[in-house]
Design a protein around this ligand. Structure first.
Ligand SMILES: [Zn+2]
Length: 309
């Protein structure tokens, strides 16, 4: 089986997310045709596969084949109706004004647990086409849903997605190719426009350049350097906190942002590179642990030690 570079990148991302056990909704964003759909499919396979290989769907079991054919009993796809259509609230929940041609609503799919495996997956395509009452309805599901439910959302217009939805999701930028022109700030904030506001001041742009130069050497570092890298990451957080955080912001918030930026950088250099994949998995795990109040230094010590094997 031959895999084009684009597909291998999709598989790498999917495996990192699934292996990190991240149950948070994943929002796949990128220009139209940037590969959101193939990443969504690979991620759905990773969640539903009967015998995943290294976090990736095997591609051969009955679950993977059903995902490929879009007829898996534990997979539900929500998408706009008709050309240039919208996603109405009726696609998500039973409403009084149901039309004859309205699809079977998502809430009914989620009423009972998985039929085949351990998870049920909902893919919502073209999130930017959600009508506003539908967006608010979906938000309620993102906030509270059964533990076996996995949401995969895709969009080609991240700016049109409600900030309340974006903040609930792990945002993954698809189809990005680093180029000579891309600035440090662009690389750090790719897929996370709300972070870009932080870099208006000169000193923050200088931080971005220094931080990117530092982060670029991580995949080549060896395990003995794990403790040094962890210490340095902590210092980068302190520095970024000092120059960018509004008064009263908890240090934890800044640390989460720095981890997010680091994950963003690493996900851009994913390819066949095993180290970067492992690092991304660990960063996702660390981000989840730090959000959940774990002690930052011990989390990042472990993150580097395990990814630089
Ligand atoms: Zn499989």
């Amino acid at each position: 089986m031959s895999i084009s570079s684009k597909d291998s990148e999709a598989v790498a991302l999917a495996s990192a997310i699934a292996k990190a056990g991240v149950a948070v909704p994943v929002l796949l964003a990128g220009a139209q045709g940037a590969g959101q759909n193939s990443v969504a499919r690979e991620l759905a396979k990773a969640y539903l596969c009967r015998s995943p290989i290294n976090g990736v769907g095997c591609g051969e079991c009955s679950s993977c084949l059903s995902v490929e054919r879009s007829n898996h009993a534990d997979l539900f796809v929500v998408e706009p109706q008709g050309d240039g259509g919208f996603i109405r609230k009726a696609a998500l929940v039973m409403t009084k004004d149901r039309r004859k041609d309205d699809p079977f609503p998502m809430s009914e799919f989620l009423r009972v647990g998985p039929l085949v495996g351990n998870a049920k997956v909902v893919i919502v395509r073209h999130m930017e086409r959600l009508q506003s009452d539908a967006a608010n309805t979906l938000l309620r599901f993102l906030e509270e849903h059964p533990a076996w439910c996995r949401f995969i959302l895709t969009t080609s217009a991240l700016g049109h997605i409600l900030p309340t939805i974006r903040s609930r999701c792990l945002i993954v930028a698809c189809g990005y190719r680093p180029s000579e022109e891309s600035t440090a700030v662009a690389r750090l904030t790719r897929g996370a426009p709300e972070l870009a506001d932080q870099f208006e001041e000169e000193r923050c742009r200088t931080f971005a350049e220094d931080f990117v130069a530092w982060a670029d050497q991580i995949p080549r570092a060896g395990r003995p350097e794990a403790v040094r890298l962890s210490d340095e990451l902590s210092q980068w957080c302190d520095r970024f906190h000092e120059i960018s955080a509004p008064p009263g912001t908890p240090l934890r918030t800044t640390r989460c942002k720095v981890l997010e930026m680091l994950g963003n950088l690493v996900s851009q250099s994913l390819g066949s590179d095993e180290r970067s994949r492992r690092l991304l998995e660990r960063i996702l795990e660390a981000h989840r642990a730090v959000t959940g109040n774990a002690q930052f230094e011990s989390v990042t010590d472990l993150m580097f030690a395990e990814s630089l094997r």
